[in-house]
Design a protein around this ligand. Structure first.
Ligand SMILES: *[C@@H]1O[C@H](CO)[C@@H](O)[C@H](O)[C@H]1NC(C)=O
Ligand SMILES: *[C@@H]1O[C@H](CO)[C@@H](O)[C@H](O)[C@H]1NC(C)=O
Ligand SMILES: *[C@@H]1O[C@H](CO)[C@@H](O)[C@H](O)[C@H]1NC(C)=O
Length: 486
């Protein structure tokens, strides 16, 4: 008895841990409860692509004081996942990973960066597929594999973004997915899922999806474990049909892998009312989808921010923060996070075949490139030296920086509320001093007529989505790469 409570006490001083999740068929599932998990996420890349600075040894998860501030705010917001686009495998992430873990939040990590040699390029992908690139990619796996809250890796983000890249990229992207999965199989004790984050260019979305999810004879390792899309087709006060979410549900309903939005949150009109939240977590969507990631945490030039962050570490909430918080607060997450997967067998993937591909010009060749010279050796022996991450004890959860509400009032007593073991964050776990603000916020809901162009109704979502591929691209590898190439 005594020993038992001593152990419990010891456990309590170490940060409590979220439960590593598994993929079962087309859902994320908690192995402990058997319940499905819905991603309630925010894209987290403070400083935009400049937040990743290799020479300065800086990335979004390298500064514990900043992570603490943001984990506290994201707890108040009610989310359970962050997506981080650019990480440096060689900097220490232990404190940030442990803070987000204690806050009940998972991390979805893109393995790429904006720098040349650190991403598969969307033009001439064969020129960027070499051993040093894969080594760097595997190093990201090494750096994050031992955190229980590492949810998934993205092998690529919007690398296929137009017809020309749909013609060339797919076999390379599928090959990189294969290589990361082979590395994980050999060097990681749990099977952290690997998948692709697609641009919601509706005309080729389902070709992209089928290319990555299909069953390839003799090469089961190249099949994506998850598939996600960056989708901006819901603008303003839309609905399931007008935003063409119905098309998405129809297209993904027999998916063999979990599907979620890796970005959403059209910013016209602005401020945003986030009326899509109740639909994304409602019965029309949750059969096919496992939630989504709101784009994005910090305010950058492209105007998608929830929080305005200053270089001195202070921050001010944007109206969108409270609007989104209110939408989450309306939902019953006890219900949403306790959905049971159906008892029958999960949908099976179609066989890879050129017949699967419907768009003219989209790659339908499933002969994947072989590993580049030197890469098999890295997979066999492991990255050397391998970065090592581990959960560490956080002694002080109080936020050191000043954070203000949109009206200028200071949020007092801001701190991360470390959650008990196995608990994921949900609205209400950390109220901060936010309750009053929630009640009398008068910044408007952002629905109805905005100042931006009014959302084009109905079925041209692909066109609109195509037009808003940019925010993600600016975050991802291609802005910088393109800048260099031009
Ligand atoms: C592989 O990655 C590790 C970790 O980032 C790095 O230290 C090492 O120099 C890399 N090796 C090669 C051959 O690029
Ligand atoms: C939320 O859902 C749970 C499970 O269905 C239910 O027991 C609970 O009463 C609901 N809470 C509210 C506030 O409706
Ligand atoms: C498919 O790709 C492989 C590898 O690049 C190539 O050798 C083969 O000729 C291609 N097949 C067709 C039908 O284009």
């Amino acid at each position: 008895m005594l020993i038992h409570s001593a152990l419990l006490a010891l456990g309590a001083t170490l940060a409590a841990a979220v439960q590593p999740l598994e993929v079962k068929g087309n859902y994320f599932v908690s192995p402990k409860t058997g319940n499905r998990f819905q991603v309630v996420g925010v894209a987290y890349q403070p400083g935009g692509s400049a937040g990743y600075n290799k020479d300065a040894g800086r990335d979004p998860l390298s500064d514990p004081d900043i992570c603490l501030r943001d984990a506290a705010l994201l707890q108040i917001l009610g989310v359970n996942t962050i997506r981080v686009y650019n990480v440096n495998p060689d900097v220490n992430h232990d404190k940030c990973a442990s803070i987000f873990n204690a806050a009940g939040m998972y991390m979805v990590l893109d393995v790429n960066s904006p720098l040349v040699g650190e991403a598969l390029s969307s033009w001439n992908p064969w020129e960027s597929y070499y051993a040093a690139y894969l080594n760097r990619t595997f190093a990201v796996v090494e750096a994050f594999k031992d955190y229980p809250n590492t949810l998934a890796f993205f092998s690529g983000n919007e690398v296929i973004d137009k017809p020309a890249t749909g013609a060339t990229v797919p076999p390379y992207m599928r090959a990189v997915t294969r290589d990361i999965k082979n590395y994980i199989k050999k060097h990681v004790t749990r099977s952290i899922p690997v998948g692709y984050s697609a641009a919601d260019v509706r005309s080729s979305l389902f070709d992209t999806f089928n290319y990555f999810q299909c069953e390839l004879d003799g090469d089961e390792m190249s099949k994506a474990d998850i598939f996600a899309l960056n989708s901006y087709s819901w603008c303003g006060d839309s609905d399931f049909h007008e935003a063409s979410y119905d098309e998405l549900v129809e297209g993904f309903t027999k998916s063999s892998v979990p599907i979620f939005f890796s970005e959403f949150g059209c910013n016209e009109p602005s401020p945003r009312g986030f009326s899509e939240i109740s639909t994304i977590y409602g019965s029309e969507m949750t059969g096919a989808f496992s939630g989504g990631v709101v784009y994005e945490y910090t305010q950058e030039k492209n105007n998608y921010g929830l929080v305005n962050m200053k270089t001195d570490g202070s921050a001010t909430l944007m109206p969108d923060f409270r609007n989104l918080q209110k939408q989450y607060a309306k939902l019953n997450f006890t219900e949403i996070q306790n959905l049971k997967p159906p008892s029958g067998p999960a949908p099976t993937a179609p066989k890879c075949s050129s017949k699967l591909i419907k768009t003219k010009g989209f790659n339908s060749n499933f002969t994947l490139p072989v590993l580049p010279p030197g890469a098999q050796d890295i997979i066999d022996k492991g990255v050397k030296p391998a970065p090592v991450g581990k959960i560490v004890k956080i002694t002080d959860y109080k936020v050191k920086y000043t954070v203000k509400n949109a009206d200028g009032s200071v949020i007092t007593n801001l701190a991360v509320n470390p959650l008990p073991n196995d608990e994921i964050n949900s609205p209400g776990s950390n109220t901060g001093s936010s309750t009053e603000e929630l009640a009398d916020d008068s910044t408007g809901t952002g629905t109805g007529t905005g100042t931006g162009p009014s959302p084009t109704p109905s079925k041209d979502a692909a066109v609109r989505a195509g037009a808003v591929v940019l925010p993600a691209v600016a975050m991802g590898a291609f802005a910088v790469l393109a800048g260099i190439a031009i």
